[in-house]
Design a protein around this ligand. Sequence first.
Ligand SMILES: [Zn+2]
Length: 129
Amino acid sequence: MKQSSDSKIKAFYISFEWRKLRYATLLRFDRKCMCCGNENEIIHVDHIKPIRRFWHLRLDPENVQVLCELCNHGKGSWDESDFRNQFYENNQTTKKPENLIKRQTKKAASPSARLERLNKITKYSLERT
Ligand SMILES: [Zn+2]
């Protein structure tokens, strides 16, 4: 039933589990479009395999990527392009988990940069509600 699957998806996107994964994904990859590099657009955390067809992957951290609104709308649910490889190529330092940890540690050493980033994310989530 289309109606019931729409409301199921709607309920999912306001669930705490999704918001937690969404937030963690922004921290993991940065608030920057993996496709075009834009960081001034509204940023979406996109399911690579659409949850309408891959419902079991809705909370899989390996099924999400960061896209700006323009790229995400252009992409549509028929396309399953994974932009993370491109992102990893452009950000060699984040490719290996140990480098990711090093990077996070470095960021933690700069409270003002951290705060600025959190403010950006918070501002975004307020704009969305
Ligand atoms: Zn983009």
